[in-house]
Ligand binder design. Structure first.
Ligand SMILES: *Cc1c(COP(=O)(O)O)cnc(C)c1O
Length: 494
């Protein structure tokens, strides 16, 4: 297995791919082919554990550089007792469709599925390519990624982790999760600005040659954001796992097709589903669910990707995104791996915030994907209805997917068994979820909302969220956007 770029023909091994994160000309790194998993192996997954399935999938992409022992180690470190479900990613039948719960990890959101694996993957990869410097991972976060990266990298030898978040732009629980983070190698900084400001600041740090030089001798800068192939790969595994559990329970016969409906922001999660399909997993349709920032719905409908539009803040903040970076990998496949075609689109996006794909690509994409979006009132109504009718509590991101799936099912008549991918615990967004299921209690915030949600629903908050109230806030600093680099350097020098 070699890896190439979406914008240039190159050949990297898996360790270089993970350490580098992005190709030098700005393209995304992708496998040069999709390894096949045959139906006998898929059938056998019904008897295998999450860890065994992850091991099989990881091996297909990593065995050029990583030994079986390395891969076993990465998987067992990533998917252990830090998950509060033995199955790691339970598949729950809630009547009419199934839900794949990806939020049983330490931070109660699906980012853990990849970020519990990335630190070991990254440090192993670095040693494979002879990188001896310490790795400094920098992240700008709109909430979930930052905490998941902190939790993954805290006290991992030979790494440091720095996270910038918009000071007033994350939920109370999300903020507390970050400000109470323990670990000797962690840096957490609130930024006086929104997520885009924080992201721009981090990009500036990455491209600052002076800083690189200053750090050069002892530190290598790296990123943990979702364009790193090391984040994509762990996500492919849970599509196979979900299928295996559907087969085990008799919801499908092995070989029959499944739909997956995925709440989408940066297009990483749903793209992993596409990779699984290319590897041979029987997937019928991938349903792309967006919130009010419905740029992807428009793209799949019209073939025009147009980011010249208003940005909306919603109850599903991890999907408040106008530039879905991982879509570039899908474009690459949809145009038959034509690097010039991808370059053209990405240049247009950079210059005009907009590109349009040709008829052939549009048709190819429409054979794979359906797309829809859900407004804010519809998100609240879906949470309320699903709890009332099925006794199942949805977080706002998952609610978007449930609504979009309902519309798809009604409009298409497609009765293929479907898995809705659930990306966060409802307790992580307790304020909004409470407002939906118990409008008379709307307005409570922080732990008052968490407690009221427990009381109203009779459900328990994940222990990691409940225990936050006893933790000490040690990272309460914030800075102006222009001072982001200075704050980092000051921390590195202490
Ligand atoms: C990150 C995130 C998403 C979006 O996932 P992408 O891979 O960016 O499409 C959806 N829901 C939650 C809770 C998230 O944290």
């Amino acid at each position: 297995m070699k890896f190439t770029s979406t914008r240039r023909n190159i050949a990297l091994n898996s360790a270089e791919t993970i350490v580098q994160g992005i190709s030098s000309e700005g393209g995304l790194l992708v496998p040069d082919s999709f390894p096949a998993i045959d139906s006998a192996e898929i059938a056998a997954y019904s008897e295998k554990s999450y860890q065994e399935i992850a091991n099989a999938i990881f091996s297909r992409y990593l065995s050029d550089c990583f030994s079986q022992e390395d891969i076993g180690n990465i998987v067992s470190t990533a998917y252990g007792s830090q998950f509060d479900a033995k199955e790691i990613a339970p598949v729950v039948n809630i009547g009419g469709y199934h839900v794949l719960e990806l939020w049983h990890g330490p931070t109660s959101a699906f980012k853990d599925m990849a970020l519990q694996a990335l630190p070991t993957l990254l440090t192993k990869a670095a040693s494979k390519i002879g990188e001896t410097r310490e790795i400094l991972v920098l992240v700008a976060t709109s909430g979930d990624t930052g905490k998941a990266a902190l939790e993954g990298f805290a006290d991992i030898p030979k790494t440091k982790i720095g996270v910038y978040y918009p000071r007033d732009g994350v939920s109370k629980v999300q903020k507390l999760q970050m400000t109470t983070q323990e670990g000797k190698n962690v840096f957490v900084m609130g930024v006086n600005g929104n997520f885009d400001d924080a992201q721009t600041g981090v990009k500036r740090i990455f491209s600052d040659a002076g800083l690189r030089e200053k750090l050069g001798g002892s530190v290598r800068l790296s990123s943990a954001n979702s364009i790193n192939f090391g984040r994509l790969l762990p996500q492919v595994a849970y599509y196979f796992y979900a299928y295996s559990r559907m087969a085990r329970s008799g919801a499908v016969e092995v070989g029959d097709k499944l739909n997956f409906c995925v709440p989408t922001g940066n297009f990483g999660n749903i793209l992993a589903g596409y990779y699984a399909k290319r590897m041979g997993l029987p997937i019928n349709r991938l349903i792309c669910a967006s919130n009010r920032n419905n740029i992807l719905t428009d793209f799949f409908t019209t073939g025009v990707y147009d980011a010249n539009r208003e940005f909306h803040t919603t109850a599903s903040p991890s999907m408040d995104i106008l530039i879905s970076s991982n879509l570039e990998r899908m474009l690459f496949e949809a145009c038959g791996r034509d690097v010039h075609e991808v370059q053209k689109c990405m240049e247009a996006l950079k210059g005009h915030n907009r590109y349009e794909v040709g008829e052939a690509m549009k048709k190819g994409l429409s054979e794979l994907y359906s797309a829809g979006w859900c407004s804010e009132p519809e998100t609240r109504a879906t949470i309320a209805e699903t709890f009332k009718e099925r006794g199942y509590l949805l977080d706002p991101h998952t609610a978007v997917a449930v609504k979009v799936y309902g519309d798809y099912r009604r409009d298409s008549g497609d009765a293929t068994p479907t898995v809705v991918v659930s990306t966060a615990s409802p307790f992580k967004f307790a304020e909004d979820v409470l407002g939906a299921v118990a409008p008379e209690k709307a307005g409570l915030s922080g732990f008052e909302a968490v407690d009221a949600l427990c009381e109203t629903t009779g459900q328990r908050a994940p222990a990691r969220i409940a225990s936050l109230r006893d933790k000490k806030e040690t990272h309460t600093e914030s800075c102006e956007v222009k001072d982001m680099q200075r704050a980092l350097v000051a921390w590195l020098n202490t």
